[in-house]
Design a protein around this ligand. Structure first.
Ligand SMILES: Cc1ncc(COP(=O)(O)O)c(C=O)c1O
Length: 447
């Protein structure tokens, strides 16, 4: 075999090992869009080798269960799909779910496509990108470039870091879109679903709430309840504040002809329009993550939000401009800071990375939407460190290390040593089962 090929394979194995040590053991992860699986969920993934090789193409019924499957050998796979669907339905108190989505992007694709087929209307009202919309919502991403939707921005109130209710109501009434979305990637405060959902519906739209970031907080009952507030669909990733395997989910209530019509179209948009292999190996782990969130979700969500609030207060008291001060900075897992006076988001994200503090630069609502390369802000998430057991005083230690870098008090290389030391004090994952065996024991005791 050629030497060059072997060297590539060796390089790959080494890079993989290096990555696991670097990000898994030596860094403090503050990226707001990443979750942390429990040992039990990781073990469940590991125990699903055969399933990971299988296919289960086919249609689902209006309970979200497998209806027709086009391959043989499905007798347990169908049960696995149906059980994980029902666990998600039960956790989120709704009567329909689709767990076949391989990501949050896929969930948005199928939902936006399905609704636009149901309404025959290709207009969609979304958050502006600079105010936190995900690229899948935008004309420059999935919504516009792939699905051909015409996107119209919600009005946004920069002072409140939220959708401007009255102006958005006027926009919805004037443009009569087929879809009105809520939710986003920068998401500190619950969106006004209660206030705007009925107006959207009265004007012929369906309401889609993108809970990719906040699904775990919703599961824990510590954020808004979008379906109860009037959303028709929740779309989400299953691997951010919801600490499951990487994947996606769509949730809804099938309750009348209107919702039935859209759900059928969304299912059609999943299969056959956008999925063949649905990555079945993740489904047992997804169901197990749902169980963990049922048992530990409230405590985890509460602590995550408290940790984010403590960090915001600490950074703010030390002179950093944390957005949303008048409303207590945040009611979610994330905070956003304006670091223009310290060199901007791009420069600081790299300096913090050099100190093993991993987060991302972010556009702020008043930034030029096209300046994604060097925005004013940083977005900082606390779901990972919370799951590792960080409490408010530990979060203050993280802030103090961040402040050293942001204010240039010490070099990144000096701070990095302390980051590695701090990270190594938190080697257990909390609010979860430590093994599949422990989850089974719990179930046997409580069934
Ligand atoms: C609001 C929002 N929606 C959708 C997505 C896409 O999810 P995924 O990365 O699972 O495709 C993201 C990703 O971060 C997101 O922030």
């Amino acid at each position: 075999m050629e030497d060059a090929f072997l060297k590539l394979a060796l390089g790959l194995l080494k890079a993989s090992e290096d990555h696991e040590r670097y990000r898994g053991e030596e860094c403090i992860n503050l990226i707001a869009s990443e979750g942390l699986k429990s040992p039990a969920v990781a073990e469940m993934l590991d125990k699903s080798h055969d399933l990971e090789s299988r296919y289960a193409e086919g249609e689902n019924d209006l309970k979200g269960h497998a209806k027709a499957r086009h391959y043989q050998g499905q007798k347990y796979m169908t049960k696995i799909e149906d059980y994980s669907t029902d666990l998600m339905k039960s956790l989120f108190d709704c009567n329909w779910a689709d767990v076949r989505l391989v990501s949050g992007t896929h969930a948005n694709l199928a939902t936006f496509k399905g609704i636009s087929l149901a309404t025959k209307n290709n207009r969609m009202v979304v958050l502006p990108l600079s105010a936190g919309a995900h690229i899948t919502h935008d004309y420059s991403g999935l919504a516009g470039r792939v699905l051909g939707l015409e996107t119209i921005n919600h009005a946004y109130n920069i002072d409140e870091l939220n959708i401007a209710i009255e102006k958005s109501a006027t926009i919805i009434e004037a443009t009569r879109p087929g879809i009105v979305t809520f939710g986003g990637s920068v998401f500190q405060f619950p969106h006004p679903v209660k206030e705007l959902a009925q107006i959207a519906k009265d004007n012929g739209a369906y309401v889609a709430y993108d809970a990719a970031h906040v699904l775990g907080l919703i599961a824990g009952g510590e954020f808004q309840s979008p379906l109860k507030e009037g959303a028709d669909f929740i779309t989400a990733s299953t691997h951010k504040t919801f600490p499951g395997p990487q994947g996606g989910v769509i949730l809804a209530n099938c309750e009348d002809e209107r919702t039935k019509k859209a759900i059928k179209k969304v299912q059609h948009a999943v299969f056959p329009l956008s999925a063949s292999n649905t990555h079945l190996g993740r489904l047992p782990a997804l169901g197990l993550a749902a169980l963990e969130m049922k048992v530990y979700g409230k405590e985890l969500a509460k602590q995550t939000i408290q940790n984010a609030q403590v960090a915001a207060k600490c950074l703010s008291e030390n002179g950093v401009n944390v957005l949303g001060k008048k409303n207590g900075f945040t009611k979610s897992h994330q905070i956003v800071v304006d670091v223009r006076e310290y060199g901007g988001g791009q420069k600081l994200a790299f300096s913090l990375e050099d100190a093993n503090l991993i987060l991302n630069k972010n556009l702020l609502p008043y930034d030029n939407q096209h300046n994604r390369g060097d925005p004013s802000g940083l977005r900082i998430g606390f779901q990972d460190v919370t799951r590792r057991g960080f409490k408010p005083k530990d979060v203050e230690c993280i802030c103090s290390l961040m402040l050293d870098v942001i204010k240039g008090k010490r070099t990144s290389a000096e701070v990095k040593k302390d980051v590695i030391k701090l990270r190594q004090d938190f080697n257990e994952i909390k609010y979860c089962f430590q093994s599949v065996g422990e989850a089974k024991e719990y179930l046997q005791k409580h069934v």
